[in-house]
Ligand binder design. Structure first.
Ligand code: FAD
Ligand code: NAD
Length: 477
């Protein structure tokens, strides 16, 4: 073992929580080390960026975009008078493009570390008592580090069902589903959550018959009910077979096929597919992270226990991102990373969970911020609602993307915006009107009085805000 090196801050995990925290702390003048265990696909090299960059947000969006282009070519262009015959998808090339994008950003994070003088360690970090961290280097070299503060940002891993062990080929998680070598004829998905819908869309658009089995009776239970209903209708039109209220009891690989047994509440059913994606949620990644005596506690569900400020209760030890409570979103992890780095520097870092936006990158896209009607009803908060459909928006019609709507929810007495729920084209961008308005404690009246360019999709946000007070112009109120 080499001599012990001391840092102001050690970050364990180089995902969007960890690498962002490391950079912000370095900007604030700290001497920072970041330990990350992720290995690149091509030969196990350092691959900073975590789940999000390597096997999550970015590669999934690369494939979503490729498959969207293909789907438009085969299904959408004819209406515009554009014809193309014999369209083909080269899956190898599509996956290679995705890999190039990932590699480009792996290099980007490494370059940012260099520019900010963050010392990177490629290996597994373990926290011991007294803020001592041991590193088991992937190159065989071990190190011992100490720090005034440590941030745990180890992220999450897929939950495995005991009867459907991942084999990386027939039964896959988010990693395998990004790297199929051909379009499966039949793709089964367990779990109609974010990953199931996004990855089901990718392979469905490329021609796979996709069947999604969801345990809950409600589709997208966390989303606004009207948004979920509208999205479900569109997904069904696209050919995604979504079966709700299904309890999977067995999965068996038989030759080239995967046989799935499930109950739909009435009887046992079977589904035979060529590949099966299991996307039933993720759990905190804590294996090997905490040595005995570290003092850091885990919750019953296996997350690292933290207070509202991401402090673990152990002096100088913090935890952020997917390994702690709260939504498993890259931007939530990054915001927590920035807030903790600032708190360590004596600044007032803060994250408002109520204004963290959610986006599902299907087609139509789904996005929301703040409370749903159901949540407000349950909490007894009086509210009023304004909605507006994209079908009445000139730009959406010009784009042939008329499915969807915007819903603005405001407090019945104060008019303050409590939530915004959107389904439609580009709503991943539009939702930020709601985020900004809510961050500034804005009212529906504020949004209604803001001039929106014509013709844009954002006019649907404007009209929905006007509709809260029953004065939308382009629909009967
Ligand atoms: P991670 O990104 O998981 O990073 C943790 C890092 O720590 C990893 O590199 C891991 O190898 C490393 N590590 C773990 N333990 C140790 C250790 N002991 N020593 C050293 N290193 C260690 N979120 C969005 O907001 N938008 C999206 O579009 C989106 N799409 C997604 C698509 C998929 C398919 C998946 C799986 C997730 C997606 N997410 C998305 C969620 C997002 O990826 C996570 O919320 C985000 O990556 C969490 O960041 P993190 O830094 O907490 O953890
Ligand atoms: P999820 O929590 O979004 O969805 C899991 C779904 O599986 C739920 O609908 C759940 O009811 C269902 N389920 C659970 N057990 C089941 C079972 N035994 N049989 C059938 N259905 C079952 O989880 P995910 O899709 O695995 O994604 C994990 C996390 O990654 C999400 O929480 C999300 O925060 C993050 N993510 C975000 C994005 C994005 O922001 N666009 C994209 C992908 C992933």
């Amino acid at each position: 073992m080499s001599d012990t090196q001391h840092f102001d801050l050690i970050v364990i995990g180089g995902g969007p929580g960890g690498y962002v925290a490391a950079i912000r702390a370095a900007q604030l003048g700290m001497k920072v080390a970041c330990i990350d265990a992720f290995k690149s696909k091509d030969g196990g090299k350092p691959a900073l960026g975590g789940t999000c960059l390597n096997v999550g947000c970015i590669p999934s969006k690369a494939l979503l975009d490729s498959s969207r282009q293909f789907h438009n070519l085969t299904h959408g262009f004819a209406d515009h008078g554009i014809s193309a015959s014999d369209a083909k998808i080269d899956v190898g090339r599509m996956v290679a493009r995705k890999d190039r994008i990932v590699k480009q950003f792996n290099g980007g994070v490494a370059a940012l570390f260099k520019a900010n003088k963050v010392t990177a360690f490629h290996g597994v970090g373990t926290l011991h008592a007294g803020r001592k961290v041991s590193v088991k280097g992937h190159d065989g070299k071990d190190a011992t580090l100490t720090a005034t503060n440590v941030i745990l940002a180890s992220g999450s891993v897929s939950i495995e069902l005991p009867f459907a062990k991942f084999d990386g080929k027939r039964i896959v998680d988010n990693v395998g589903v990004l790297d199929f070598d051909a379009v499966p004829r039949r793709l089964g998905v367990i779990g109609a959550g974010v990953i199931g819908l996004e990855m089901g869309s990718v392979w469905g658009r490329l021609g796979a018959e996709v069947t999604i089995l969801e345990a809950l009776p409600d589709f997208l239970a966390a989303a606004d009910a009207d948004v979920a209903k509208l999205a479900l209708r569109e997904f069904k039109k696209q050919g995604l077979e979504i079966k709700l209220g299904c309890k999977v009891s067995n999965v068996e690989v038989k030759g080239d096929e995967v046989h799935v047994t499930y109950s739909d509440g009435k009887a046992d059913q079977s589904l035979v597919v060529d590949r099966l994606l299991v996307s039933v949620g993720r759990r905190a990644a804590t294996a090997g992270l905490l040595a005995e005596g570290s003092g850091v506690k885990l919750t019953q569900r296996g997350f690292i226990e933290v207070d509202d400020h991401c402090h673990t209760g152990v002096d100088g030890v913090w935890a952020i991102g997917d390994c702690v409570r709260g939504p498993m979103l890259a931007h939530k992890a990054s915001e927590e990373g920035i807030a903790v780095a600032e708190r360590i520097a004596g600044l007032p870092g803060h994250v408002d969970f109520n204004t963290v936006p959610w986006v599902i990158y299907t087609e139509p896209e789904i996005a929301w911020v703040g409370k749903t009607e159901r949540e407000l009803k349950d909490a007894g908060v009086p509210y009023k609602v304004g909605t507006f459909p994209f079908a009445a928006i000139g730009r959406a019609v010009a784009m042939n993307e008329t499915a969807g709507m915007v819903k603005v929810i405001a407090h019945a007495d104060t008019d303050r915006i409590l939530g915004m729920h959107l389904v439609g084209a580009n709503v991943s961008e539009l939702v930020h009107e709601g985020v900004v308005a809510m961050e500034f404690k804005g009212s529906a009246e504020d949004l209604a009085r803001i001039c929106h360019a014509h013709p844009t999709l954002s006019e649907a946000v404007h009209e929905a805000a006007l509709a809260v007070d029953k004065r939308a112009i382009h629909k009967a109120n």
